[in-house]
Write a protein that binds this ligand. Sequence first.
Ligand SMILES: CC(C)(COP(=O)(O)OP(=O)(O)OC[C@H]1O[C@@H](n2cnc3c(N)ncnc32)[C@H](O)[C@@H]1OP(=O)(O)O)[C@@H](O)C(=O)NCCC(=O)NCCS
Length: 424
Amino acid sequence: MGRMSPLPDGYRVVEVPEARKQEFLEVDRLAFAFDSTPETDALVPLTLPWDRTMAVERPDGTFASVHASFPFRLPVPGATVDCSGLTWVGARPDQRRRGLLRSMIETHFARSLGRGEPVSALYAAEHGIYGRFGYGSASDNVRVSLGRGAALRPVPGSDELSVRFATVDRDVHTTLVDGLHRAAGQDRPGWITRDTEVLRIRAIVDPPAWRNGGEPLRIATVHTADGEPRAYALLRRKEKWEAAGPRYTVDVREAAAVDAAAAHRLWSFVLDLDLTASVEGPMLPVDDALLHLLVDARAVVPKVTDNVWVRILDLPAALTGRRYAAPVDVVLDVTDTLLPANSGRWLLRTGDGADGAWSATVERTEDDVDLALDVRELGAAYLGGRSVEALRRAGLVTEHRPGAALAAGAAFGWPVAPVCSWVF
Ligand SMILES: CC(C)(COP(=O)(O)OP(=O)(O)OC[C@H]1O[C@@H](n2cnc3c(N)ncnc32)[C@H](O)[C@@H]1OP(=O)(O)O)[C@@H](O)C(=O)NCCC(=O)NCCS
């Protein structure tokens, strides 16, 4: 860790015990401009791990800014690594731009490294905030707007599956959704699972204040003839009547399927609900089965946005923690102003490979540099969803040995597009 940046006089970083929950929430509400009610709070569990929740305190003892992190297992190409999921970052509007975030980030890095977490991940509220701290945008998600009745190419086995439709019930659906979510995302980089009960419940809560004029949250589940669940969609229809008749919309909060037949059955159902005219899809991976199955993919309106961002905190642990899609032998010259231990030359060399997944060693070297890049670009490439060669073509990676970026791009890339299906 480099030298810590100064805070304004008298300010200090403190841990936030649960007893100070209301003070913490007040900063968050001021930062994100939202309110809540006791009714909503009673239904929505607070997911914060209190031993990882921090604030910057002003000289008068009140909070100026806050942040927290989740202890995640982050799926990466061919493996999973411990990951500190940065969350609840906010500064009071009257305390902005005085270095509080910078100080919180440095605290977050030091504490994450102290716990042995080699990477951090986050969702960025605004795109321009986190690159300066070495986070790289590592994945995208796509949302599609579909017209009712959008046709899908056939998938064998879909017809043998059946659909059940119900109102979401915490007691019935928490475990079902979690089990299917895990199974559906197996082997997908970035697919963070909800590993605490509060996160599992938070995924399906439905306080009336969140309904925006729509119905209570419903769930469509796909089952085999034996009743085994294979897919789900959490959705809400919103009533709308026009002179020509009903034009309801279907807002899908989250959907996941364990295989193509289940995906086909699920979307065939969601795309043909009575009274509806259009469907707003959830965050999907850019390679989702639905996008391949649409007969007329041009008829959908896809919206691609950045998904999780990744920060490499401990370079050797992070780079040896994943697998590679091709053999590679490359000397990286990395710049990392905030965590100088990552800076300098590293030899990344793959060893054994089986089933298209090579493991690698990483060691210090004095050899000639092949590729020079900032730790931000390494974070961007880490989940396999951004090409090192594309980053070179964008001028963000400098190549000193011709062909090195192509080779590294092939190794860092991954056939399954990274995505996290939920915002943390
Ligand atoms: C984003 C937020 C936490 C920044 O806090 P802050 O204490 O003002 O940030 P700092 O003063 O430490 O700024 C650090 C650097 O980031 C830049 N920065 C901060 N917020 C930024 C933003 N939204 N967009 C672009 N740059 C930003 C600052 O200009 C500064 O740049 P510098 O290092 O070149 O001087 C705060 O503005 C906030 O609470 N915003 C609303 C809630 C939010 O968006 N939270 C983030 C959730 S992911």
